[in-house]
Design a binder for this molecule. Structure first.
Ligand code: HSE
Length: 447
């Protein structure tokens, strides 16, 4: 049967992995897809790298290996009449957006790993694809090799999704695991992670939670059938996390993970990324190092957990190629019979509001530096009671040798963020409380 032709834009880590796995497993993949999937053109600024990976030869400024054309002009790929599917692996929102929209306008299907692009411009891109009758597939955009997009778009389609909580950034999970294991500070572990290649030279998007926010924005849209609303996500990273809180959390039976959380509530949808205490006994609390995991609560199925590598050449290629096979199978199908891009029919999207952080309800961990004398705890608990905040647990540390102050750690039951903030402002104004109160959010991740 006639091969389907793929134009690959970007042959870095994931592009290289895609090329390699497609070649290595060509026979199996063809048996699954029903026809060969052939990369006919590769675009990359680094022609030498492209030549090395594809084994091509340079001829007249272009490289060719007889099967696959190599170019540094990505637009020649999206304009190539021979290409059926464009794989965009360059990332970012600039040229990548232009290339994706041009490919769609030219009637080509698109496979992309670009979470930043989809979280910020996905609504425009999916609308363009819908109008043109082409598919935009993005399994590799969230949690690398874990088929979480497939699970949400198809496997869990019977369910009313209630919430999703995910460890969807490997860099930060690696850092948090190291901080806990070795009792080291954030800065020390970050440097080590950069040395080992786990963290980028500029790690901002990862450590400040932006990458996780892109991913949870995409999962939220799929779970609830709402547009992408990255601009409404609450984002807090791990760069200010103190190792002492990891230690205290552990003593209370919790681990701290950077979670992407999205939850349906009667008032609207919660969409947030922040360091979160979760009970150590939960499976997801034991996801260590650079691994990813996503926990999905559906009304019929209950909790399901998806675990695996969230990055890397071949794990991410696994997701890219799964999309290529899907698109190949559905290429000739009537667009109406394909799985909708965001799991829900485009004319049946919900208009649910994304809640501000003030409106979010969760539990809290508070760490206070207080004078060790009578009445202090009473003053603090009075303030919490006035804000209708119920206390779940309190521990007071022994003051150090010769110290008159000590650490007080409190866990609260669920309350609204605006209530805890109001209480914290009053607590910080007490003369017996030194400095700022450390506030972390806590999720039981039970039902
Ligand atoms: N930078 C991401 C991470 C991988 O650390 O998980 C790509 O999404």
């Amino acid at each position: 049967m006639k091969a389907i032709n793929v134009g690959l834009i970007g042959i870095g880590t994931v592009g290289g992995g895609t090329f390699t796995v497609l070649q290595r497993n060509a026979e199996e993949i063809t048996r699954r897809a029903g026809r060969p999937i052939r990369i006919t053109v590769v675009a990359d600024k680094n022609l030498e790298l492209a030549q090395k990976i594809t084994g091509g030869q340079v001829t007249g400024g272009q490289v060719s290996n007889g099967k696959c054309r190599i170019t540094d002009d990505a637009f020649s790929v999206v304009n190539d009449p021979e290409v059926d599917i464009v794989v965009e692996l360059i990332g970012g929102y600039g040229v990548a957006k232009e290339l994706v929209l041009k490919a769609i306008a030219n009637g080509k299907h698109v496979v992309t790993a670009n979470k930043a692009l989809l979280a910020t411009h996905g609504n425009e891109i999916f609308k363009a694809a819908q109008d043109r009758g082409v598919m935009v597939a993005f399994e590799a955009a969230v949690a690398g090799g874990i088929p979480i997009i497939k699970a949400l778009r198809e496997g869990l389609t019977a369910n009313r999704i209630e919430w999703i909580a995910g460890i969807i950034n490997g860099t930060t999970n690696f850092i948090l695991s190291e901080m806990r294991d070795k009792g080291l500070s954030f800065d020390t572990v970050l440097k080590e992670a950069q040395r080992l290649g786990y963290a980028e030279a500029d790690p901002t998007f990862d450590i400040e939670g932006v990458d996780a926010a892109h991913k949870i924005t995409i999962l939220s849209a799929l779970a609830f059938g709402i547009p992408m609303q990255f601009d409404k996500a609450y984002i807090e990273g791990i760069s200010k996390l103190d190792a002492i809180d990891i230690k205290y959390a552990e003593q209370l039976g919790y681990r701290i993970k950077l979670l992407g959380i999205t939850k349906r509530t009667p008032e609207g949808v919660e969409l947030r990324v922040h360091p979160t205490l979760i009970p150590s006994k939960r499976l997801i609390a034991n996801v260590e190092g650079a691994m990813n995991a996503v926990l999905v609560q559906g009304d019929a199925v209950g909790a399901t957990l998806y675990y695996g590598k969230g990055a890397g050449a071949e794990p991410t290629a696994s997701a890219v190629i799964a999309d290529l096979v899907d698109v190949t199978r559905m290429h000739t199908a009537d667009p109406e019979h394909r799985v909708p891009h965001l799991a829900f029919q485009p004319n049946a999207m919900a208009d649910l509001k994304i809640l501000t952080m003030d409106e979010v309800q969760t539990s809290y961990y508070l760490r206070l530096r207080v004078a060790d004398k009578p009445g202090v705890l009473a003053d603090i608990t009075r303030i919490l009671a006035d804000e209708q905040i119920s206390i779940d647990a309190v521990i007071q540390k022994e003051p150090g040798e010769g110290e008159t102050q000590t650490d007080l750690i409190m866990l609260t039951h669920q309350t609204r963020e605006k209530r805890i903030n109001a209480a914290i402002a009053k607590i910080e104004a007490l003369g017996v409380v030194a400095g700022k109160v450390t506030k972390l959010r806590l999720e039981e991740l039970g039902k």
